[in-house]
Design a protein around this ligand. Structure first.
Ligand code: G2I
Length: 464
């Protein structure tokens, strides 16, 4: 490790976490390699870096060596899908999945479960089912598989790809969807009951661009689940990119907006077709976007070498077919090492170690008319993220302006869900097109990230 002040601070943070919790043992195990492998570099900010693994490749020594060295999270590429785990109804087979799970755990890696309920890769018996029989079979599958792996899975992709592409924002038609619109929440409830310790994620593709109808539809699903208390802990953005589906300019906004719903965000199947500098820059953008969002807790690439990819001809991964590091590997590693807000854990938020994030509780001040605003602050050494909640009074409002004064020397580096008048001093924040109207007594949130200190900001709100 280079002896920069940042790396010294990280070392202090790591040792603080290790003494505070047994769950931080992974951090201890990887700290010796800090900054030199993907997993160790991600762990420095409390994140993980994972890969999809195929059981059939584990005998390939180059593949197995890269897996062991570089990654600290594992997803079975196909082995936990419904056709693999329940090939005949009520006959469960876990052989290949277990090989992956056991190897990962023996190396101190965690496991993402993929996936419990999906319209695709269904075994023949399930494809032919419908109605209440299918609903029961689906819930039985969720319960059986999540129970079998209880305690071994960090996060489950409970439901995968349930929305249509295109502009409709509608659910995808499937035999599962035709059992009733509540099939997704039923699956989440069954998963929570079976493994209360696993994070439960909704996972999808083409949900990277904030303006796309599919992204908005998934956002509304998660928002609805949070409001109604349906168990959900995370959103997975698969993030398969190529020239037809490039990394959108608003990718970080999308990550942040999902996170603002009170869920973790994970990049679950990242691959970016291309080569050389252009590909490296795209990887850098994606990784930096995650690093800038406190609740973006980790990144998984969908395979190790280009030749392992489902899109091998697009050479979309971080290692070439011989296992050599590509330019995209280097830009990814550098982006992981460039720092960002540390993912808060219960340890860091409750004990406030000197270098960890501190959460300042909300200050709420009545505004001159129609709305109130409050600020919730998450701070770390040298920076902060502020979430501002705008609440309408006893009447609906059609627009709002929040005025905030930053401490001297502090600056805003990026913001979401509001337009702003400047980056320092007294800043006026105005609603954007989609969040100006707030019903009586209801709230909307915007946020920003800054350099310096964020404490002491007292917001005022005026409505229009
Ligand atoms: O399509 C890319 C991914 C999109 N999101 C969900 C992921 O689960 C999905 O992964 C891909 C795997 O990378 C492929 O490996 O899912 C495909 C369909 O499940 C996988 O392809 C399948 C082939 O369709 C099968 O014919 C083949 O037997 O891979 C199987 C194992 O090689």
């Amino acid at each position: 490790m280079k002896l920069t002040s940042r790396s010294v601070l990280r070392a202090v943070l790591v040792s603080t976490l290790v003494t505070a919790t047994t769950g931080a043992a992974v951090l201890l195990a990887t700290s010796a390699n800090a900054g030199t492998t993907l997993g160790a570099s991600a762990a420095e900010s409390g994140r993980y870096f994972g890969t999809a693994v195929a059981a059939g490749r584990l005998g390939d020594s180059t593949y197995a060596g890269l897996l062991q060295r570089e990654f600290d999270m594992v997803t079975a590429e196909n082995e936990m899908k419904i056709d693999a785990t329940e090939p005949n109804q009520n006959q469960f087979t876990y052989g290949n999945a277990d090989r992956i799970v056991n190897l990962a755990r023996s190396q101190g890696k965690r496991v993402r479960g993929h996936t419990l309920a999906w319209h695709s890769q269904q075994p023949g018996w399930m494809q032919n089912m419908s109605g209440s029989a299918l609903r029961s079979a689906m819930l039985n599958h969720v319960t059986q598989v999540a129970t079998y792996y209880r305690g071994k899975i960090y996060a489950w992709d409970v439901v995968n790809e349930a929305f249509q592409d295109g502009s409709s924002g509608a659910r995808r038609d499937s035999n599962l969807q035709r059992t009733g619109n509540d099939w997704i929440e039923a699956a989440f409830r069954a998963a929570r009951a079976a493994d209360p310790g696993a994070k439960l994620c909704y996972n999808d593709y083409n949900t990277d661009d904030w303006t796309h109808a599919k992204t908005q539809a998934v956002y509304r699903l998660v928002q609805d689940f949070k409001q109604r208390g349906v168990p959900i802990d995370c959103v997975g953005l698969q993030s398969h990119f190529n020239s037809q589906s490039p990394v959108p300019g608003n990718y970080q906004t999308t990550l942040q907006n999902f996170a603002n719903l009170g869920v973790d965000v994970q990049i679950t199947e990242l691959d970016i077709e291309g080569s050389g500098t252009a590909q490296a820059q795209n990887y850098e953008r994606v990784v930096k976007a995650c690093m800038a969002v406190t609740r973006c807790t980790g990144i998984t690439v969908w395979g190790i070498r280009d030749t392992d990819s489902w899109r091998a001809s697009g050479t979309p991964l971080l290692f070439d077919g011989s296992g050599n590091k590509k330019a995209a590997y280097t830009s990814t590693l550098n982006a992981l090492n460039s720092g960002g807000p540390t993912v808060p854990t219960s340890t860091t938020t409750t004990t406030t170690p000197p270098t960890g994030p501190t959460t300042t509780t909300t200050t709420s001040v009545p505004g001159p008319g129609g709305c109130t605003a409050s600020v919730s602050l998450n701070s770390w050494t040298g920076g902060f993220t502020a979430t501002v909640k705008v609440t309408a009074g006893s009447s609906a409002i059609n627009g709002w302006t929040v005025t905030l004064t930053l401490p001297s020397g502090s600056t805003v580096t990026n913001a979401w869900n509001a337009d702003r008048s400047g980056n320092s001093g007294t800043i006026q924040w105005r609603n954007v097109s989609y969040n100006g109207r707030v019903a009586a007594g209801q709230s909307t949130e915007f946020g920003f990230q800054g350099n310096g200190v964020g404490t002491g900001m007292t917001p005022t709100c005026s409505a229009s």
